[in-house]
Design a binder for this molecule. Structure first.
Ligand code: FMN
Length: 211
């Protein structure tokens, strides 16, 4: 298939070896930050934060709490997708105030929806809210993976880390956050053998069902 975006998605791969001497430009970093903020989220509530680590000492300390995966040390930056510790009524009200400010939406239009969300979230169990927030984090990482491919940025999506140890090291609990996913970004090393491996996929004819 001859499509620019498909070629880019073929180019990207879960980078196992980054070139430690190649740093992402500020411009590329800004693109990633903007793309994170533009990610679609359920109800637009954005229960997420992105930690961007560039400090070499901290990156080094991440290795043993990331199943010894060297990507977190060698990548230019390590992105950590975090969820808020919870979404409570204060958080929901702030969201609706923001909508009012930015869009000038009249209160009589916003109020019924705000009341509905306040009621709905007050009835949810904390673990259900946590699971819902985690899904939003996965969506954000998926979005950034595609943006990385389009911007010639190498990345490795990672679940292989110890979230509790990350939270401790980066003092995330004090910030009201929980780490959910990790994504080192930068540029692949010339000798990363994974770069040339063929993609292993089940195939469009298998994974897509047309009805
Ligand atoms: C949610 C998620 C978690 C992953 N965790 C890791 C990880 O901890 N370490 C790693 O090297 N690759 C990890 N991967 C990469 C996958 O193994 C990889 O995306 C998959 O094998 C497809 O290969 P490709 O991305 O190179 O096309 C993860 C991918 C996803 C989507």
């Amino acid at each position: 298939m001859n499509s620019g975006i498909i070629n880019k998605l073929q180019w990207r791969y879960a980078t196992k070896k980054f070139d430690p001497n190649k740093t992402l430009s500020e411009e590329k970093l800004e693109i990633l930050k903007e793309a994170f903020n533009l990610t679609a989220t359920s109800y637009g509530l954005q229960p997420l934060r992105l930690i961007v680590v560039s400090d070499p000492e901290i990156k080094e300390q991440l290795v043993p709490i990331s199943m010894d995966q060297q990507q977190v040390k060698d990548a230019s930056h390590v992105l950590i997708f975090c969820t808020e510790s919870t979404v409570n009524s204060k958080y929901i009200k702030e969201h609706f105030n923001r909508v009012e400010d930015i869009r000038d939406t009249p209160r009589e239009i916003l109020d019924p929806f705000e009341l509905y969300l306040l009621q709905s979230f007050s009835e949810k169990k904390p673990e259900d809210i946590e699971q819902w927030m985690t899904k939003q984090a996965y969506l954000a990482m998926g979005n950034l993976l595609t943006v990385c491919a389009l911007e010639d940025i190498d990345a490795c999506p990672m679940e292989g880390f110890d979230p509790e140890k990350y939270d401790e090291l980066l003092q995330l609990t004090q910030k009201g956050l929980r780490s959910v996913l990790v994504m080192p970004v930068g540029h692949r090393a010339d000798d990363d053998m994974f770069a040339d491996l063929k993609k292993v996929r089940r195939g469009v004819e298998k994974v897509v069902i047309s009805i």
